[in-house]
Design a protein. Structure first.
Length: 165
């Protein structure tokens, strides 16, 4: 199974691709970037084209997308929701199954603690995938964490159902 994890944002959208059957391995990751000075509609169009290109290049079987965190800044969550919609549209056009995860679910699955900080998540992602590149951006690392979360959840669901790996 090949999973594309997406960390949505309207200026930077992280993506991470992992694959495996019983053990997971790193495929690719990166960050799609747009100038914050551009109008939001131009950024969304560029992000749609970018994530569509990632899907075409890596041919994932499934997509996992992080849900926006609604904290104090509702406007920020609203903007992230727009970016999430772009990722959903790109995956839907390719008829890919999509699963959504809250930030706490991703943190809990990857590090065992739902309130882990970014450094802890980054460390766990790099350890599990054997990635030694210290230059990975935060958005790409978060996207890999989302992909790992989905991979492990799918693996557990398959095992509980008595399925083959």
């Amino acid at each position: 199974m090949r999973v594309l994890g997406i960390d949505p944002g309207t200026v930077m959208m992280g993506y991470g691709v992992v694959e495996g059957s019983s053990h997971v391995s790193f495929v690719d990751c990166g960050t799609l970037r747009c100038s914050a000075r551009k109008p939001v509609e131009e950024r969304l169009c560029a992000l749609f084209e970018g994530i569509s290109g990632v899907i075409a290049t890596h041919c994932p079987d499934e997509v996992a997308i992080e849900e926006p965190f609604v904290g104090v800044n509702v406007q920020s969550a609203f903007m992230v929701g727009r970016a999430q919609a772009i990722a959903i549209l790109a995956a839907s056009r390719c008829h890919l199954p999509i699963t959504y995860y809250s930030p706490a679910e991703v943190k809990r699955q990857v590090s065992g603690y739902g309130r882990s900080d970014k450094t802890q998540i980054r460390t766990m992602v790099m350890l599990e995938l054997g990635v030694k590149d210290q230059t990975l951006g935060a958005d790409a690392t978060d996207a890999l964490a989302i992909a790992l979360c989905h991979f492990h959840n799918s693996l557990a669901t398959t095992r509980m159902a008595g399925g083959q790996l």
